[in-house]
Ligand binder design. Sequence first.
Ligand code: NFK
Length: 248
Amino acid sequence: MIAEIKHNSKKYKIDLSKPIDISIPIDIQTQNVNAWYLDDPKIFPEQFDEQIISVSEGAAVNFNSIQFNPHSHITHTECVGHITKEVLSVNKNLSQFFFFAEVVTVAPESKDGDEVISKKQLQLALGNKKREAIVIRTLPNVKDKKGRRYSNTNPPYLLEEAAIYLREKGIQHLLIDLPSVDREKDEGLLLSHNAFWNTKGEIRLDATITEFIYIPNSVKDGMYFLNLMIAPFENDATPSKPILYALE
Ligand SMILES: N[C@@H](CC(=O)c1ccccc1NC=O)C(=O)O
């Protein structure tokens, strides 16, 4: 099915039968992705009295409960509520789900023993392109990203200047294949989160950060149509399933 999209007097076509899924699922059959010091997620059949509610155990249905944390275990999209005293829900603040996005690839640079993404790197990648969303793939991009154990590994992150640059450039949605846009242990500073959401100025309630994506190597850098769909949890963060469509 081909859809035609009109945007700023330009016309684009996408093939809806060719979605590019850039989410990381919870998959308890394999090693799950994991950050922030929690145990792995759990998917398990409930029990009523002695009966395990699972067809393989003689029940009529499968009836699994799922225990997870969006920040630790799955592709998730968060709003500024992640860092505010006030309870703010991404499900209330994100109300559109289609955007023009630029997929960029960056190799984090060494700085004071950390691996970081700088303003210059994003400037080089974005140039004067105007996009609603940026989808950042970090190098090396190996498949084990889908099951990596990040706790206490000090993963790469965005310098504050890079987050300010994205905000000033009008990027509303930032997607990245790392557990956070900030340093794992930063004494609560959350510099890039604060900068991107502009918490010291006019707060950007409808801007989102999506963490733990995985962009296959077969996907080239460039402009895509993005469907950023979230699960309906009223919470600062919720599991999401970003899908890219190549523009024809
Ligand atoms: N970087 C923060 C910690 C942090 O972000 C965090 C700590 C525990 C559990 C989750 C965290 N962040 C999740 O998105 C700090 O060092 O205070």
